[in-house]
Design a protein around this ligand. Structure first.
Ligand SMILES: NC(=O)c1ccc[n+]([C@@H]2O[C@H](COP(=O)([O-])OP(=O)(O)OC[C@H]3O[C@@H](n4cnc5c(N)ncnc54)[C@H](O)[C@@H]3O)[C@@H](O)[C@H]2O)c1
Length: 387
């Protein structure tokens, strides 16, 4: 049995906790044939939270800096769950130190940085992965099968969106996600990149786009220790910080295949706790998905007889290997954390079998190209080509 030794960076944050859980959980569902993982080091965050995590990852060292983890000869895989602006620097150092890297999205602040990371990984033969876990819910494997079998014909139009309301309230506190230094591409890299990952997975490469990025609320109160999504009562004594990256964007794009795309995403959609949808229209049929019914795909086919046509609901169930790994019965939905467990199982299998699996840093590079193009297009107010 191959064991991969992992250091989780940003361990006490949201993703750090989810990834730490997933390394220890996946063999319960996927067995040990694809290797196992041991979390040997945790880096960063509040000490109390880290001590608590150390209890959940028995034997893991608590390190003070990411540099210590990268230099640690006992670590095979560096798992980056840090704020966006650190991804490039840390991933580069880790790859140069000969470590495999699993990096949360967005892979880097720019496509040029992402390209450099993919090239270093390629030249060193290291396994890479970007944290686009949503398309790894098995319902999207079904969508891909239907598309690849030609059942919806030639794709003409992709419509996708992702909206949350974390900044719907103009008084919601400032956080690193709204700081253009710590998250240079704002919602475009944060949430847009998830929609772009579906586009990459199901439709293919984007060749040109025009984007209109916007900021709705330009200043927010600074509340020390405010947690994402937690309610806060303002005292009136707060400092106010400028919001220096986009709150939302509307994007039109063309795919290399000739298909068209319409995409919108934001963090200001009041009442939308998590809205994620796509619709894919082809010459013979179409597909439709919403996160509100996370294991369900709607499929329309022109091949159905006239008078019987309509969207049929396809619920992914235990006949799909990945669903069946978790649940023996249909209709017990797989949710967000299961997608992350699937993702981590694939990361470990990738390393143990030396087989890159989607989405690698090559995919991350193309998604960063789309993000770059959105930033440039919105600044220049015109269409931008993606090489
Ligand atoms: N794939 C997804 O669905 C998904 C969801 C949420 C976040 N993310 C991504 O994951 C990353 C982390 O987001 P999060 O929500 O977990 O953030 P978070 O704020 O909850 O956690 C970030 C962690 O990094 C630590 N940290 C910050 N600077 C550090 C430094 N210099 N050295 C060491 N530790 C440091 C913080 O203390 C904290 O523990 C982001 O890039 C985000 O875009 C992905």
């Amino acid at each position: 049995m191959d064991e991969v030794k992992v250091a989780v960076l940003g361990a006490s944050g949201w993703m750090g906790r989810v990834h730490t859980m997933a390394y220890q959980t996946f063999p319960h569902f996927f067995g040990t044939g694809g290797g196992t993982a041991r979390v040997v080091a945790l880096v960063g965050g509040k000490s109390a939270a880290l001590e608590d995590l150390a209890f959940r990852a028995p034997g893991a060292k608590i390190l003070q800096t990411w540099q210590e983890a990268v230099a640690d000869p006992d670590v095979d895989l560096i798992d980056i769950c840090l704020p966006d602006n650190l991804h490039y620097e840390v991933a580069k150092a880790a790859l140069l130190a000969g470590k495999h890297v699993f990096c949360e999205k967005p892979l880097a602040d720019t496509a040029a940085q992402a390209r450099e990371l993919a090239d270093i990984a390629g030249s060193k033969g290291l396994i890479t992965r970007v944290g686009h876990a949503f398309p790894r819910n098995p319902v999207h494997d079904r969508a891909k099968e239907i598309i690849e079998a030609g059942e919806i014909g030639e794709i003409k139009l992709f419509k996708g969106c992702q909206h949350v309301d974390m900044y719907g309230d103009p008084l919601a506190p400032y956080m690193w996600r709204a700081n253009g230094d710590l998250a240079p591409t704002g919602i475009v890299g944060d949430t847009g990149s998830h929609v772009f990952s579906f586009m990459e997975f199901l439709v293919g490469k984007v060749s040109t786009l025009i984007a209109d990025n916007y900021i709705v609320t330009h200043k927010r109160p600074v509340v020390e220790g405010a947690e994402l999504g937690a309610g806060t009562t303002l005292t009136g004594d707060e400092d106010w910080a400028d919001i220096t990256n986009p709150d939302g964007s509307n994007v039109l794009c063309n795919f290399a295949s000739g298909a068209r795309g319409m995409v919108d995403f934001s963090r200001v959609a009041t009442g939308r706790k998590f809205m994620q949808t796509y619709e894919i229209y082809g010459t013979r049929g179409s597909l439709s998905y919403t996160y509100d019914e996370v294991n369900r795909l709607r499929f329309y086919s022109n091949d159905d007889p006239i008078g019987r046509r309509g969207y049929r609901e396809i619920d992914v169930g235990p006949e799909h290997q990945t669903y069946g790994a978790f649940l023996p019965l249909p209709n017990f939905a797989l949710g967000y954390n299961e997608s992350k467990i699937i993702e981590v199982a694939e990361v470990i299998r990738s390393i143990v079998t030396k087989t890159p699996m989607w989405p690698t840093f090559e995919t991350g590079h193309h998604i960063c190209q789309i993000v770059d193009a959105c930033m440039e297009s919105s600044r220049l107010k015109r269409w931008v080509d993606i090489p």
